[in-house]
Design a protein around this ligand. Sequence first.
Ligand code: PEP
Ligand code: MG
Length: 758
Amino acid sequence: MSDSESRTTKEVGGIAALLRTMHDALAFAESAQERLDKLTHVIARHVASDVCSIYLRLPSDELELYSTEGLNREAVHKTRLKWGEGLVGVVAETKRPLVTSDAPLHPNFAYRPETGEDPLHSFLGVPLIRSGKSLGVFVLQNLASRRYTDEEVGAAQAVATLLAEIAASGELFDPRTTEEVGAMLHRPERLVATGVVSGVAFGKAAFHEQPAPKHKVFAKDAEAEAARLNDGLSALQASVDAMLEDTALEAAPREVLETYRLFAYDRGWKERMRAAVISGLTAEAAVEQVQAENRARMAQVKDPYLRERMVDLDDLSNRLLRRLAGKSAAPAVLPDDAILIARSLGPAELLEYDRSKLKGLALGEASTTSHVAIVARALGIPLVAGFDNAISLAEPGDDMVVDGEIGEIHIRPTPEVALSFREKQSLQSAQQAAFAAESELPCVTRDGVAVSLFMNVGIPLDMDNLERTGAAGVGLFRTELQFLIGAQLPRAGVQEKLYREIFEKAGGKPVVFRTADLGADKAASYMKRRAETNPAMGWRGMRMAVDRPGLFRPQIRALIAAAAGRELNILFPMITVASEIMAARALLNRELDWRTKRGRDMPKSIRLGAMIETPAAAWRIDDIAAHVDFLSVGGNDLMQFYYAADRDSELVQRRFDPVEAGFLSFVAMIAAKARAAGKPVTFCGEQASDLVTAAALIAVGVTRFSSPASAIGPFRRLVRSLDAAAVSKWITGHFGEAQRPLRREFEAFLRQAGAALS
Ligand code: PEP
Ligand code: MG
């Protein structure tokens, strides 16, 4: 047996024995207080700690010292800390263990003389987490200044998991307090984050990452539990084997899965869980205990590779828990009217859900221009992003309201709050009706500048909005969404059918088909890809298309076939240099020759366009313009590359505002050069959905836009209320100034000038 193996076995035996002792201590205690005191006593003895304390969360949302071995007894039920106050408050709030070798020197230390903790230096606090909520804090303290080992942190985590289970079962409080704490934990919550896709949605909380089902902690029959654990593990291993046998898998994910499989079969993992079962825990509690130990280790590991592996193990533990509960590992089936909560979500994952049931989204991460947001917008699903705690504050089935305009989420709203949002919702539909009534009005500024408004489309469902909004046509059809939904590359015939449907639904209005912009965050599961550190700047868009004619040519063939007798507009994404257009045109010509030779019907006309999404293309836009018939500014990507700020990063995506002299003068240059080259240019970025930005873009000479359906009504109203010359004078008048955001002043100017901003 290796050194580390023998240590692990000893450690597991130690923790298992401790848990067993705790179990026994509980059996003979009469009152809740007695139970707690016995627990702190046996734990302190077992881990040889000078102090062992348990703080519990009260209905007032304070943390009270409920039991201690080692601190002054008089402090019990007297010492209280506010949420986030002192080291204990920080542990509860952050839901993370806190270790320090010199507690009094810690910036969050809160001195409580009655506890007599002055001489204590080392501190180890671990939160009691149940269903994602902090129920209290378990603390070990020592006189000597020392560092707790990983094993000690792991053991404390295991104890805290068990304490949380006991607390949740109501055994640590009297019944009344248990009820009041329950009410406090389930009180209405209001979270303010960032509105990404506007609209108000009502529904029931549903989790993309499902929380572990509830279960018992102690088992009567250890043998039977060991057998359950074995069966669960075998089923898990078989499912991982099946994943690997899937021949559709490409090299990179296979490697990842191979490592994943090694973990599924890892004997150390199995042995540690088995030992916990033999000590009297249920299979589920054993999995959670070992998971908690792993998480504690994970928190210490710096090496990214190892961390990833630890994450694998965490994922396996969750799958095993679901198996033990008799549930499959497949994506959740949504309740009717679901508000889906997730840390992050990809566009394909979103499309996998039943759209008729999905009413709103609450995501930890997503920017306005992320593809998940674009899909959500296309589907009309309000989205709020930029917080993590909805995951821990909500429970499946909780009532929720999501307001994607103001970026608010309400969990378990009071009837009054729900009512006010219902009112807002009906007001919004009234507003939509008002916009629809204006859809035929000319889209011209007060001083006679005509602005063309097109619509962005991702799925056929969007096309129903074309007439309602009065958009001039489809300015951007993102064809890649079809590639992302299925388990395999859509065949040319399937693509042709979709494009034909789009043409038919367009009813003669022009449609711009953008060839598949795959890569970056739009990676289809079946595609062979190498891991890239910066996929947004990697093998994507046209770069991938010219390297993989097997992907590009069938799409071109499908487009030509669907456009027989019609006007075909093809737009190439992520163009950086003109030679990419030439390569694409050569491939297109081959397809045209093929079809001509066979005497098939051809499109009435073919126009090619390039997306200006990189500063390189923008800077040399005249080179690009010489090779195409029209241009399209991909503002989402262009801004990301202009500011070198990841459009999907919560940390930087809102840091820079397009209403700033630098970016606006850059767009002004693009518009002017396109005009000089005699090529129409359309701004397709989602930024123009914001009316102040839209006015600024008009001010710098952009007169064609393609926006999501929901933005078109307000956009037309804005255009009709603007004086283009006046806004242009205002914006260009600030071009020479030092870099600074202009939004507030510009908005004030617009309001004063009577622009329709809401
Ligand atoms: C853009 O980048 O602005 C754009 C329209 O393309 P996408 O958002 O699909 O990358
Ligand atoms: Mg783009």
